[in-house]
Design a protein around this ligand. Structure first.
Ligand SMILES: [Fe+2]
Ligand SMILES: [Fe+2]
Length: 199
């Protein structure tokens, strides 16, 4: 692979179509479109946002064994393994894009890495993908309308909503809580406190 090799949007779309079920392929196309819309609204690079939408779930249908093998091969934190695909698929897609698709942009890497649980530090590209995945038109869950309205007013507020609601859902359903979820929640709430104290 040459140094300058970098997959285009259409290359990534072909791989997504090959690797994903039709249902999930349609989901990533909707996330791509939603991410581009949000990017327009918030002055984020639309091309990067679209690519993030298209690529964010690329590894979601890999077998468990393939995921575990890749976590080790890519040197990712092995503590994520017991939490399954839900936690592994974002970091794996970020690494895969960097290593195999030549997409080395750091903000794309971070956005895809963080797309499931968010991050302690999120730039606007990360926030756009995080929210596009949450509110794409086919999403139906209690609170999605509120999330869509928030996304029109403030990306940060929409992200806080998703982080808080995901935490509530995990606890309500007695699901395993990946420890970083709590750290991210705290980091984002501290950011809000600092902001309100600074005003
Ligand atoms: Fe995902
Ligand atoms: Fe997704």
């Amino acid at each position: 692979m040459s140094e300058s090799f970098e997959m285009t949007r259409d290359d990534v779309a072909k791989i997504a179509k090959n690797w994903l079920s039709e249902k999930r392929y349609q989901h990533v196309l909707r996330v791509e479109a939603t991410a581009i819309e949000l990017a327009k609204r918030y002055g984020v690079d639309q091309k990067k946002a679209g690519l993030c939408g298209l690529a964010h779930d690329l590894c979601k249908e890999w077998s468990h064994d393939k995921m575990v093998e890749a976590v080790r091969l890519y040197g990712l934190d092995e503590e994520m393994i017991p939490y399954g695909s839900a936690i592994m698929h974002g970091p794996l897609a970020a690494e895969w894009l960097k290593r195999e698709a030549g997409i080395k942009d750091e903000s794309i890497y971070k956005a895809i890495y963080q797309h499931t649980i968010g991050g302690k530090e999120m730039d606007n590209l990360s926030r756009v993908l995080f929210i596009a995945d949450y509110i794409e038109p086919a999403r139906q869950f209690k609170g999605v309308e509120e999330a869509r309205l928030l996304a029109e007013k403030s990306l940060k507020a929409a992200c806080d909503f998703k982080i808080t609601h995901t935490l509530q859902y995990l606890i309500h359903d007695h699901k395993l809580l990946y420890p970083e979820v709590l750290e991210i929640y705290n980091a984002q709430m501290i950011l809000n406190q600092e902001k309100s104290m600074g005003q």
